[in-house]
Design a binder for this molecule. Sequence first.
Ligand code: CA
Length: 380
Amino acid sequence: MHWGASFESHPSDVTHPSDVTHPSDASDASHATHASHAALATCAVPDASCNGPTLVCMTSGSIPLIIDTDTAQDDCVALLIGLLDPVADLRAITMVAGNVGFERQVLNAYLTLNVAGRLGEVPLHLGCRRPMTREWVSAENVHGDGAGGLSMNVEGLEPSEQHGVDALIELTAANPGEITIVCIGPLTNIAMAAVKDPRFVTNVKQLFIMGGSNNARGNITAAAEYNFYVDPEAAKTVFEAGFDITVIPWAPLTLRDAVFSRERLAEIAAIDTPLAAFFSRVVGTTVEFDESVGIPGSTHPDSLTAAVLLHPELVTASARYAVDIETSSDLTRGYAAMSWGVHGLEANATVIDAIDAPGFSSYLEELVSKVSVPNRPFDA
Ligand SMILES: [Ca+2]
């Protein structure tokens, strides 16, 4: 089977960046319909090894970022962007309670690092294991285990001893105004960091937040999107703190511009790379659920959040909004009120209203078309 064949041939426990060649040829036009939007075909720092057959580039890119994640499904794709896009300089991954069980989320992050051939290269910090004031709410009914039943031997893999909140504070304090945080889970870690050290707010360059809906439907209730619903106090804290914020909402943006149909997923599944096999396995498992709630395919809000940070040319419309989060109502818990400028409120965020959807789709296809060498074999 495509899946097994893609993984079993390259079990290797050690990755040497110098062993991996750089993107080969920007003129490869097989996926180039919207190649101008995606810098994946060109290595940030070309050198002699760029002529090899593989496309994975280990060179640190020009955009330093941390990804704060509740790793399941599209979170994994967002991590792949941070790990493999040549313009990304992924400094750390921080884990927050969200989609699935915390330990499973950690395993899903390891699985993703593994398929990218980056195991042991990017620090993984464990953050908050529950929301600030509420009980954790699982999304396992949507995500299952978050990785389509995929597993691997994690012997010898240890997350950093430093707590995720402290890592966020220290990494940004060491590079004030330089690091952007891609926030694709509940905002507990970000809020806790801001509460613990107010300097965190100005030490962070920007927050790119996946969450809420822009005057449109939620996904866990009619009113609320999951990330803000799970920890509304954290979300409210973050939006009131004074960060430079860009929001990638669930609806209408994701539902209109970042859904992959079964036909599109089949095209990607036909690509013979470990990354495409991983993508198909991890993402494909939620399609049945998505269809059961009226969504015609897999949804990609988290990878879109990482993609628009690295490739702002994907954004075709955005505007300044005053964003606030409902915390006191049971009915509308986690609702994001996004006021578009006519209510006398001061804007605190840029909200993405539209993207180049074909360009984003081509970007993800190009990403998973890269040839990586997984560090360890997967247990299918
Ligand atoms: Ca997420």
